[in-house]
Design a protein around this ligand. Sequence first.
Ligand code: PLP
Length: 421
Amino acid sequence: MADVAAVRGTGLDVSRVRADFPPLAEEVRPGVPLRYFDSAATALKPAPVVEAVREFLADYPANVHRGLHVLSERATEAFEGARLKVAAHLGVDDPAQVIFTRGTTEAINLVARSWGRMALKPGDAIVLSELEHHANIVPWQMIAAETGAVLRYVDLTDDLEYDLDSFDRLFDDGRVRMVATTGMSNVTGVRPPVEEIARRARGRGARVLIDAAQSLAHEGLDVVELGIDFAAFSGHKVFGPTGVGVLYGKRELLEAMEPVLGGGNMVLRVERDRAVWNELPDKFEAGTPPIAEVIGLGAAIDYIESLDAEAVARHERGLIEHAHATLGAVEGFRLLGPSDTAGKGPIVGFTLDGTHPHDLSHLLDRHGIAIRAGHHCAMPLHTRLGIPASARASFALYNTKDEIDRLAEALGSIKTMLRRR
Ligand SMILES: Cc1ncc(COP(=O)(O)O)c(C=O)c1O
């Protein structure tokens, strides 16, 4: 494959990587291979992840923490082993600061409700941006309504990047308690300057939450080095299973926070009228956890760490640069967000003149090309852009420039077909 030769210089053996993801070798219809550009919605799963989940379900499908028998011990070891892997991946020494949730959405809801009820008073402010996914907007709206806090939005530049001067001005009255920012926009791929945001917010006494749902599939996140208070991500976007995610929190905050869900596992003692909460992380993990999914997430972290992170980053940089160049040359193609690839991840949000994004997605599917169309759970961003929907092609380490060329060709032929109508 020409495209595989083309990426050899990046140090990532893409043909080997692709062999780990069986759907990439499939034809969606006879003679039509799959081109998967929907990794921002959910990433494909490498064989070792599938195998880890299969092995748990087939060989030791016991509940964790409670049983004193061999299968339960094995399940607990694998489950807690995954927590250690996640902690190490985030640069955290203390695995109790890693809380398993159902995903990013649940993790942010947990912080908004638990930390929000503890810390927010009427008139306090939560800073967001219009880049956010609904998962990092709606929970804050809910807790603001409950506590009397208000939401403040940072201004975005014409390129949909953070305006840091406007960000600073939001702190003038000393009421900002939380800055909750995405690590990477799921629509434009823009990477807000999280280091700078965290530094400025902490300097003004505000807490910082990073929604790493998109960014963690493409770059590391050292929560300790960043000095952030909370981070959230989903297993399924980092090549793991659906149904599992992670909340990282600073120990002193997690200890002070009340649990949101009550039930088994999260208690040390239960009396008729009261209960005593368990230690971290169990306090926030009520009920039987998603054991297979957590073990699968552990395998996904192993997979990511088995690759050369710099080589992956170089490969993905090559993909996004190639995508901007080739897709940008298609007649009627309009990129959302900055044309400069320096401050963004491998996500291309766009419209094609004369086609509704949903129609475009259907037409591309005939070419075996999977993209996403809609508002991508980012309605405020689309409102700002003045469009109800957009198309999105998102890339991962298993994509190639050759595949992107097929996307550009398909867009060109769709444009020609529509012109003839
Ligand atoms: C930036 C961002 N945040 C949060 C989410 C929500 O993730 P989940 O649905 O896995 O909870 C997504 C999902 O697309 C996302 O892209």
